[in-house]
Write a protein that binds this ligand. Structure first.
Ligand code: SIN
Ligand code: CO
Length: 379
């Protein structure tokens, strides 16, 4: 288990002082930290074409990047390269446990656990991210510089690498195993390996209005919603046919606003949109499939685990009706099971003591069995 040590800050104080506001280093944020995945295991993941990986290397000021899968690193030599693997929480359950101490930030804000190996001099270069990240130093040391937010120019150092112009450091430090650097969106930064080193980044990403509007449009199409046309039975004559006047502009805005104001549509949309997996899931269907009558006895023997990267959420409105969302789909159970649904959504694993109250409830058992047979929860 990873115990997060925010120094003398409580999570509440961290949120009010630093979250989205300013970067901070937590020395020994994880005490006695040991890499939950080794550099060789990371390279093993990067062989798999369904795993997102990147190599970044530089020589004499020229930057290069390539996308995985990768079979070998021999051509890169000893220095100045790094391997970055995305969504390691989907593939390596021991590494996924690093996310748990950060669950004081809700699931829908989480992006993934990104892991990087850097050789001496290895780095992805100076850049700006648009998400909050806790960069946890694993084995080895890295030199980190973080600058202030500002209007810094970004440029393509390579077609796949957006870098930022030089910045003055407000943090200039060496991270050692277990240290955690928190960086909010917009602060330029760069970490350079001082020796072969591992880094574990728990990232939290929000969504732009563009992303969400595009997701909402897809959602409306899939659910055959929002098809009503603008109506204007009160139209008055126009003497300037070229104009879209203020009254018409208000009518257009209101027509769109009606969708956003429809709480039931927005609840359903948010549930589906924010539980859609951001990266490939490592789904394995059990063989043979589970029978309803075996589920509870199996949980009595060992905890039932949620698949890494699987997103499950409920909304305050939906849970009253027993409605919740898993991996982009809406599910419904009787409203009397809402406390059981909360356990499923809030916890990463379930033990018998968590669900004794519903251990003989047919609807609940059938649902759990179905989830196990879809590979969403596993033993
Ligand atoms: C890295 O781990 O190599 C890069 C992390 C970052 O700068 O966001
Ligand atoms: Co970054």
């Amino acid at each position: 288990m990873f115990d997060l040590n925010l120094g003398d800050l409580t999570p509440e104080q961290f949120l009010s002082t630093y979250w989205q506001k300013k970067p901070h280093v937590f020395r020994a944020g994880f005490k006695n930290f040991e890499d939950p995945i080794s550099p060789d295991e990371l390279a093993g993941l990067a062989i798999d074409e369904t795993v997102e990986s990147r190599l970044v290397w530089h020589k004499d000021g020229d930057w290069n990047a390539a996308f995985g899968p990768f079979q070998s690193y021999d051509h890169l030599g000893e220095k100045n390269w790094s391997l970055i693997v995305q969504a390691v929480d989907n593939w390596a359950p021991d590494a996924a446990k690093m996310i748990e101490p950060f669950r004081f930030i809700p699931n829908w804000r989480l992006d993934d656990l990104m892991v990087s190996f850097a050789s001496e001099g290895g780095s992805v270069g100076p850049h700006i991210d648009h998400y909050d990240v806790f960069i946890c130093q694993g084995s080895g040391k890295r030199h980190w510089c973080v600058g202030d937010r500002g209007n810094l120019k970004e440029y393509a150092a390579h077609e796949a690498l957006l870098h930022v112009e030089p910045f003055d450091a407000i943090i200039d430090t060496i991270l050692e195993p277990g240290d955690i650097l928190y960086i909010p969106p917009g602060f330029p930064h760069e970490g350079i390996g001082l020796e072969p080193s591992m880094s574990f980044s728990v990232g939290f990403r929000t969504n732009s209005a563009t992303d969400m509007m595009s997701g909402l449009a897809d959602f409306l199409i899939d659910n055959e919603l929002g098809k009503q046309l603008i109506e204007d039975p009160d139209r008055e004559i126009s003497v300037t046919p070229g104009i879209i006047n203020n009254s018409d502009k208000s009518r257009i805005k209101q027509h769109l606003q009606n969708i956003l104001d429809d709480d039931s549509t927005m609840t359903h949309f948010a549930g589906c949109y924010f539980t859609t997996a951001k990266h490939e899931l490592d789904i394995e269907i059990p063989e043979p499939l589970f029978e309803n009558e075996d589920t509870i006895s199996a949980i009595a023997e060992q905890p039932l685990k949620k698949l890494g990267g699987l997103r499950c959420s409920y909304l305050e409105k939906s849970i009253e009706e027993g409605i919740f969302y898993i991996n982009g789909e809406q599910y419904a159970l009787p409203a009397s099971l809402s406390a059981a649904i909360k356990v499923l959504c809030n916890q990463q694993q379930i033990e018998l003591s968590d669900i004794t109250e519903w251990a003989e409830n047919d609807d609940f058992i059938k649902f759990l069995t179905r989830m196990i047979n879809e590979g969403y929860w596993y033993f």
